[in-house]
Design a protein around this ligand. Structure first.
Ligand SMILES: Cc1cc2nc3c(=O)[nH]c(=O)nc-3n(C[C@H](O)[C@H](O)[C@H](O)COP(=O)(O)OP(=O)(O)OC[C@H]3O[C@@H](n4cnc5c(N)ncnc54)[C@H](O)[C@@H]3O)c2cc1C
Length: 412
């Protein structure tokens, strides 16, 4: 079977790429070992983070580092036995998080953030998935007066990017979220981000759109990828598929395939968990809420209130643990009247992270026709549609809407 482009990985990133390449008139075959959007893209907090001008940095203050080193916080947990393997990543992540370098990450990610929602909106419209896209923004809570004051200072910068927010007193917060049980120092409501009320369903809607427009979805193992005189070939359930170009959009597994072709990348994963809850009585959560002190998010989803945890630094394939959720759940229950758990067991996913907080998007320099699109960390849902446009423009030889230099794999 021949096609113009193979996209490996049908998570939200692969789907964003496949749809955009298809819209350039290229035939596309999308290949995954499982069903579309069932891995990392299934379980996130659903925020299209239009206001996330700064990527998530590694803590720099000595007190904070000491607190994390003790390994008892709800927001971050590390596996001691994983440290030798992730130490290189952590040191480089810490280095890139210094204020001046963090600004480089901000500038690099900016075009993807600025176009995140508008590009998703185009796909959502075509896919007829309006029911999944809500526009309520999200709210960040602060319990500590001083931290709240600092955040009020910092948030002013968003105005220079044309973004809007409300600073909420405890009473104003209570008016927006009457069922919160705790009275906090204050909150910031970021109003530009949008929310997906079922991220797995969004991937399925994108996959259905892709097939409706003539795209082919096949099961196959990306690790069978090989290069020959006619291009790139992957073995699938329907036999070999060959194309001139192949996009590796394997999320946390992207690094493995890159390594098989000789590209060693300093990546690691931040694992995260989710659980859905039925609210008690008639309680309603109206907005997605980030509890900054404890590093978890509560998001109103179609299935119930989704609690997503902070970062677990572990080897990607190590068995799931119950530590992040068991540390977080009591705080979440104190904040909002969460009732019974709605999932049999916690869901776990792995955010694929680079130390400089920017994704890897663009050509593999030593292999003609091999393209990378992974490492989207905390913002894969956010980046998916804009990044899909970027890689599509690069593959067909158009001038990309953003300078792709910050995402080049050659930076490592
Ligand atoms: C708890 C949590 C909360 C998050 N919240 C947000 C949020 O609110 N907003 C946001 O923007 N981002 C969020 N993220 C990050 C976001 O979910 C990820 O960045 C994004 O889903 C990555 O998408 P992906 O398509 O690259 O990877 P994936 O969704 O993991 O897709 C990779 C695909 O590759 C396939 N695959 C792997 N190996 C093979 C193989 N050998 N052969 C064939 N196929 C293979 C898999 O089956 C999978 O379908 C969150 C992540 C977590 C864990």
């Amino acid at each position: 079977m021949k096609t113009d482009v193979i996209v490996l990985g049908a998570g939200v990133i692969g789907l964003g790429a496949a749809l955009n390449i298809q819209s350039k008139g290229r035939s596309v075959t999308l290949i995954d070992r499982g069903e579309p959007g069932r891995e990392t893209s299934f379980g996130n907090a659903g925020i299209i983070e239009r206001a996330s001008i700064y990527p998530y940095a590694f803590p720099r203050a000595a007190g904070e580092l000491f607190r994390y080193a003790l390994n008892g916080t709800p927001e971050a947990y590390y596996h001691v036995n994983a440290l030798p393997r992730v130490a290189n990543f952590l040191v480089r992540y810490w280095w890139h998080s210094a204020p001046s370098r963090h600004q480089i990450a901000r500038d690099g990610a900016l075009p993807l953030i600025q176009n995140s929602l508008s590009e998703h909106e185009k796909l959502v419209k075509e896919a007829g998935a309006h029911n999944l896209l809500k526009r309520m923004g999200w709210i960040k809570l602060f319990r500590n007066d001083e931290k709240f004051r600092e955040a009020i200072n910092d948030v002013e910068e968003l105005k220079t990017y044309g973004l809007s927010f409300d600073i909420l007193s405890p009473d104003q917060l209570a008016a927006r979220e009457p069922d919160l049980k705790e009275r906090v120092a204050g909150a910031i409501h970021y109003k530009d981000p949008a929310n997906i009320s079922d991220p797995g369903a969004l991937s399925l809607a994108y996959a259905a759109l892709f097939e409706r427009k003539g795209g082919v979805f096949l099961h196959g193992d990306a690790r069978t990828l090989s290069q020959g005189p006619e291009g790139w070939t992957v073995q699938t359930e329907k036999g070999p598929v060959t194309a001139r170009d192949v996009v590796v959009a394997l999320g946390p597994w992207g690094q493995d395939l890159a390594e098989a072709f000789g590209y060693k990348l300093p990546m690691a994963v931040k694992r995260g968990y989710h659980m859905h809850y039925k609210p008690q009585g008639h309680a309603v959560l109206h907005h997605t809420i980030l509890d900054t002190d404890n590093g978890y998010v509560l998001a109103p989803m179609d299935k119930g209130v989704r609690l997503t945890t902070g970062a677990e630094f572990a080897l990607r394939d190590a068995p799931p643990t119950d530590v992040p959720l068991s540390r977080t759940e009591p705080y979440a229950k104190k904040l909002f009247p969460l009732g019974e758990r709605l999932d049999e067991k916690p869901w776990m996913g792995s955010r694929p992270c680079t130390p400089d907080m920017l994704p890897i998007v663009g050509p593999a320099p030593r292999h003609k026709g091999l393209w990378f699109d992974f490492g989207h960390a905390h913002h894969g849902l956010t980046h998916a549609a804009a990044c899909g446009r970027l890689i599509a423009e690069m593959i067909v030889g158009e001038t990309p809407f953003a300078d792709p230099t910050p995402y080049a794999v050659t930076r490592f």
